[in-house]
Structures are given as C-alpha cells and as structure tokens.
Design a protein around this ligand. Structure first.
Ligand code: NAI
Ligand code: MG
Length: 501
C-alpha cells in the first residue's frame, strides 16, 4: 500500500465520546487536523467546549458513583487487560494513525509507541487487584487500618508528542485504581485517542468511565482543568500551561499532577565509548523529531574530545533519513505543526544572534512532491553554546541540540543543574564512581547512565523543579490516583475515659 493511500484510508470524522455514546459537540462545531507530512486534511473532529465538558464530567461522576465503584478489582483489571489485547491486535492500524496524526516515523509508532501503550495497560491491569491498605501498630486496645480509595473523577489533558502513549500513561493507572476519566487530547493530534475510545467501548468498560473530548486548550482544556466537578487534574505539556492549570485547580483545591518541560543535560566525558555516546546523543535529541520533554537538548562534551566527538556527531546527523514518515526507512518525519516548525526556526535565529555556530542543519530539508508542504526540519547542531544562552535555557522541542564544552567536573554539575527544569539527565563515562556521584548530584527525576530515553511501565517518570510534580508509571503512579483513609476501631468496648464521667 502506498503512503498516499494510507493517508486517504485514515481520513475520518470523529464525534465526542461521552457517556459511552458518540455525540456531536453542543455547538455543532468541528475542527480539522492536518497530516503534518503533507499539510493535507487528515480528519474533521467535533470540537468540545465548556458545555460538552460539563456533560462529560457529569457522566464520569455518575459512572464513578454507579457501576464502576461496584465492580470488583479483578473485573477492572480484566477490562484493562482486554483493552491491552485489543490495542495489540490493532497495532498496525493504530501505528499508521499515530504516524499520520503526529508525523513520527512508522518505525517508532509500530515498534515503540504502540508496544509501550500495550505494556502500560497490561502493567496497570495487574495492579488493580494489588492496591491495598495497611494495618498500623497503634498502642492500646485499638485497631487502626487504612483504605486506599480512588480519588474520583479525573480530568486528564495530554499533549501531541506521544498522543496514544500519553493517553495510556494517564488512563491506565487512573482506571486500575477505580477512578473515572474525562480525557482531552491535544488539538494537533486528536485522532489516536478517538480510535482508542472505540477500543475502550469494544472492551466493555461501563458507559461514562472514560469520556474523550477533543478540543482546544484555551476552551475545552481550561474548562476541564477549572471544573468544580473534577477531583483531580493530570496534565502533560508546557510549563507555561502547567502553571495556569495549577492556578485554576487551586480555586477548587483539585489535586494536580504535572509533567512539564525539560532542558536535559546529556554529558559526555572523555573516558566514554565515544561511538556509543554519539549514538546516545542522537537518540537524546533527534528521536521523535526532538519533540520529547526529556530530550537531551544540552549536550555537554568534555573539551579534550570535543572536536572528535562533534565531527562524528555531525557526520552521523547529516546521514539521518528525513522524509515520508510512512516509509520504514525514515528516521525523522515532520514536526507536528507549522507553529512548532516556526518556533524552531525562530530559535535558529536566536542562536545565531547569540553567537552560536550552526554546525549542521538549521533549515528545512528539500523534499519532493507532497512532502514539500510538510513541516520538516533538518537535524541541527549548535556549537559554541554557553549555558547562559537562551538556546541553552529554553525548551525548543525540536531536533536542535546545543553543544557546550566543559573541563571541570564540579563546574559541570553546577551548569547541568543551572536550569529551571529537572526532568532528566544523561551521562556517558566508564568511571562508575563518577556516574553514580552524578546520579546523586543532578536535580532531575530520571538519570540515564550510558544510555538514553529508556522507559518501562514499571519505572517511575516525572520531574524536579519546574518540570512538574508527581510520578507517572510504576507503583508511584497509583499515588496520583488514590487517597488514603485511616480507620480507627475501639477494641476495648469501654467508653473513652477522658472527661472522667
Ligand atoms: P500546551 O502546553 O499548550 O498543550 C498541551 C495540552 O494542553 C494540549 O492538550 C492543549 O490543548 C492543552 N492546553 C493548552 N492551553 C491550555 C489551557 N489554558 N488550559 C488547559 N489546557 C490547555 O503545549 P503547545 O502549545 O502545544 O506547545 C508549546 C510548547 O510546550 C512546546 O514547544 C514544548 O516546549 C512544550 N510541550 C511540552 C510537552 C511535554 O511533553 N512536556 C508536550 C507538548 C508541548
Ligand atoms: Mg499552547
């Protein structure tokens, strides 16, 4: 099947998924979403606004208080497992949709994104029956135990860089713990979540347990985050919007978890295996077109190996296959949107203005045919950057790496930590003492040693500082979606003697 046909096959219309039914937006409005590889129309999607969010929140509340709370943990787990199997069975179609919607290479959708979606639902399916309270050894004739209960209705707002995977990170732990959800996908990439809703329906989740309401951030997203009817809001996206969400949630003291931006240091010491480090630097910044919150966008390289390292890195970056994302040989597709492309171009100008050298890239590639209208950008390396420059401090979210050289380890740690962010970090060295010293001293939620971008559903992920709060995946994710109740029972059968009567 040619890629053109693939795109045609995925051109669809979607309604909102509320209370187990497919419905138009109350306003009747829709918005269109393009295929970023060509700029052509991919899908026309119902546009949720405040009234639709109200409906979805009410449906989620009814489901929470009704069927869902009466279902056994085992049955909840079985539903999640069923969903993971359905996703697995449909992985080829879902991967093609994800690539058409987001632009990421099909090799990534098929072999990374969708398998990780399956893994997350499978992993949390297992947790449903293992969420337990404790008995506490309190003194006297008293019995004290805790109950771990779901929080209630969760509003979940997700970004466009890993559309289906972000949906899975959010939905799987929330549902395993017995919550209900109103999910708002990003306006740039709503399609995968709508297809996921079909599988949620097919798996047999009771109506209203999951509601999917695509729409814009300023309208649908803001209405959801500030809704008095939700008990928790979970957000992944920009630090700027994360702050808005925390503020609007404050009005109702809604619980909040945030997974925000990053400007991760990826550090190459002279004693590292340079070829491995080059591959790791590329994985760190060019994967998913650099649209990764934990991207290794500040590449610190020890001065003594800088020239050798940069010549290897430049040579390999030049060879990256940029083009049709449906082609299995493609290593980089388009950026997600024209807006993101322009943002990246803006940073190239900023870098030049700040005195950084553009070693490789810095412009869009020359592509043929339909792809001329796609939002492509070449792998780009800025050399001679210092950590104070804007290109070293601001999240660019593109295939653009800033190379900073260093000589002294202590000063390096200071620079690595000199950022408002703290999501992740990488280090390349053969010195295990140094590697673990670094792991302790870096202020980041994830540290990779001689590797980069490793993930597993069982391993927690989340940020320090302005990269957010809360940990997704692993057992820690359950803390975001449960609350603890402490229950006291008198075992003496005697009245409390305190007032002496
Ligand atoms: P964004 O933070 O505006 O969008 C993320 C999600 O939040 C989308 O679903 C959007 O509809 C929603 N949203 C936007 N404004 C909202 C509001 N006022 N209230 C509630 N929800 C709202 O990110 P955007 O504008 O797409 O990208 C801008 C920059 O954000 C990127 O260049 C990148 O630096 C960063 N970003 C970081 C991500 C991450 O994974 N940490 C993911 C996406 C973007
Ligand atoms: Mg925005």
């Amino acid at each position: 099947m040619s890629s053109a046909q693939q795109v045609e096959d995925t051109t669809k219309n979607y309604q909102l998924f509320i209370d187990g039914k497919w419905v138009d937006a109350e306003s009747g409005k829709t918005f269109s979403t393009p295929n970023p590889a060509t700029g052509e129309l991919l899908a026309e999607v119902a546009e949720a606004d405040k009234v639709d969010i109200d409906k979805a929140v009410s449906a989620a509340r009814r489901a929470f208080e009704g069927k869902w709370s009466k279902m056994s943990a085992r049955d909840r787990g079985r539903l999640l497992y069923k969903l993971s199997q359905l996703i697995d069975e449909h992985s080829a179609e879902l991967a093609a949709i994800e690539t058409a919607d987001n632009g990421k290479p099909i090799k990534e959708s098929l072999y990374v994104d969708i398998p990780q979606v399956v893994e997350n639902f499978e992993y949390f399916a297992g947790w449903a029956t293992k969420i337990e309270g404790e008995t506490i050894p309190v003194p006297g004739k008293m019995f004290n135990y805790t109950l771990r209960e779901p929080i209630g209705v969760c509003g979940q707002i997700i970004p466009w860089n890993f559309p289906l995977l972000m949906a899975a990170w959010k939905l799987a732990p929330a549902l395993a713990a017995g919550n209900t959800v109103v999910l708002k996908p990003a306006e740039q990439t709503p399609v995968g979540a709508m297809e996921l809703a079909k599988l949620i329906q097919e798996a047999g989740f009771p109506e209203g347990v999951v509601n999917v309401v695509p729409g814009y951030g300023e309208t649908a997203g803001a209405a959801l985050a500030g809704h008095p009817g939700i008990d928790k809001v979970a957000f992944t996206g920009s630090t700027e919007v994360g702050k808005l969400i925390a503020k609007s949630a404050a009005d109702n003291l809604t619980k909040v978890s945030l997974e925000l931006g990053g400007k991760a240091p990826n550090i190459v010491f002279a004693d590292s295996d340079l070829d491995q480090a080059v591959a790791g630097a590329m994985m760190g910044i060019f994967y998913n077109q650099g649209q990764v919150c934990c991207a290794g966008s500040r590449l610190f390289v020890e001065e003594s190996v800088k020239d050798e390292f940069l010549s290897k890195l430049s040579e390999r970056a030049e060879r990256i296959a940029v083009g049709d994302p449906m082609d299995k040989a493609t290593q980089m597709g388009p950026q997600v949107s024209e807006e993101q492309l322009n943002r990246i171009k803006g940073y190239v100008e900023i870098a030049r203005g700040e005195g950084a050298a553009v070693l490789v890239g810095g412009e869009s590639p020359k592509l043929e045919g339909a792809f001329q209208k796609g939002y492509f950008f070449r792998p780009t390396i800025f050399a001679d950057v210092n950590n104070k420059m804007r290109v070293a401090q601001e999240e660019i979210f593109g295939p653009v790496v800033s190379v900073i050289s260093f000589t002294d380890e202590e000063d390096l740690i200071k620079q690595a930590n000199d950022t408002i962010y703290g999501l992740s970090a990488g280090i390349w060295t053969q010195d295990i003492t140094r590697a673990h010293r670094f792991a302790k001293e870096i202020k980041a939620g994830v540290v990779w040693i001689n590797t980069y971008n490793m993930f597993n559903a069982a391993s927690p992920f989340g940020g320090y500082k302005q990269s957010g709060y809360g940990r997704e995946m692993g057992r820690h994710a359950l803390d975001l979606y449960t609350q603890v109740k402490s229950v006291w029972v008198d075992l003496s059968g005697r009245p409390i003697g305190w007032f002496g009567n």
